[in-house]
Design a protein around this ligand. Structure first.
Ligand code: 5GP
Length: 197
């Protein structure tokens, strides 16, 4: 007996991109946002303050703790997590469902805790791990960003060590040697193999 869903794999439309701190997830998704308007990218809600240049509704929805509490209470978040023990981040559920219903390839760029929640809630989601070329390179990128103080950087390094070990939980690994190449590799995975050439 053939059960529904056991035929040839239907290309999944939800993709989760996770990986260690400062590996370049944000840069890869920004590159996709610029070059691939066909890919829908989720805008997370966060309780952290905007960094210079960040815009509400573009990079994040910057919300108060009370508003984040309300979103959790109303079950409006597909997943959420406290990241770096500093602020809460979550994926608004409705826009993801709308994008998927519209048949758009949808991308979530989230941390590992959030990725695990999405994997549990939506087992068909394609789980992609973005890895650094090496640990040394990851540290260089983390320090190079220079937006955190020493204590914050140490905290992020500790998180990154744990996050690197999680690679085996993912379906695919993309090594982020060069942002544009990694972005193209990810989009190719999301939209499936190109037609005959
Ligand atoms: P940043 O504060 O540097 O923008 O992001 C910090 C971390 O939060 C990154 O690892 C990013 O992937 C993660 N993040 C951003 N949005 C979400 C979200 O909606 N859910 C979860 N779980 N993590 C998120």
């Amino acid at each position: 007996m053939t059960e529904p869903g056991h035929g040839p794999a239907v290309p999944t439309r939800l993709t989760v991109l996770a990986g260690p701190t400062a590996v370049g997830k944000g840069s890869v998704s920004a590159d996709i946002r610029t070059r691939h308007p066909e890919v829908w990218i989720s805008i997370s809600a966060t309780t952290r303050r905007p960094r210079p240049g960040e815009q509400d509704g573009v990079h994040y929805w910057f919300v108060s703790d009370a508003e984040f509490d309300r979103m959790i209470e109303a079950d409006e978040l597909l997943e959420w997590a406290v990241v770096h023990r500093a602020a809460r981040y979550g994926t608004p559920r409705a826009p993801v469902q709308e994008a998927l219903a519209a048949g758009r390839p949808a991308l979530l760029e989230i941390d590992l805790q959030g990725a695990r929640q999405v994997h549990a809630a939506m087992p068909d989601a394609l789980m992609v791990f973005l890895a650094p070329p090496s640990w040394e390179e990851l540290v260089r990128r983390l320090v190079g960003r220079g937006t955190e103080n020493d204590e914050e950087r140490e905290r992020r390094l500790a998180t990154a060590r744990q996050e690197l070990a999680a690679e085996t939980e993912f379906d695919v690994t993309i090594v982020n040697t060069e942002i544009h190449d990694a972005a193209e590799e990810l989009v190719a995975l999301m939209v499936g193999p190109a037609g005959p050439s």
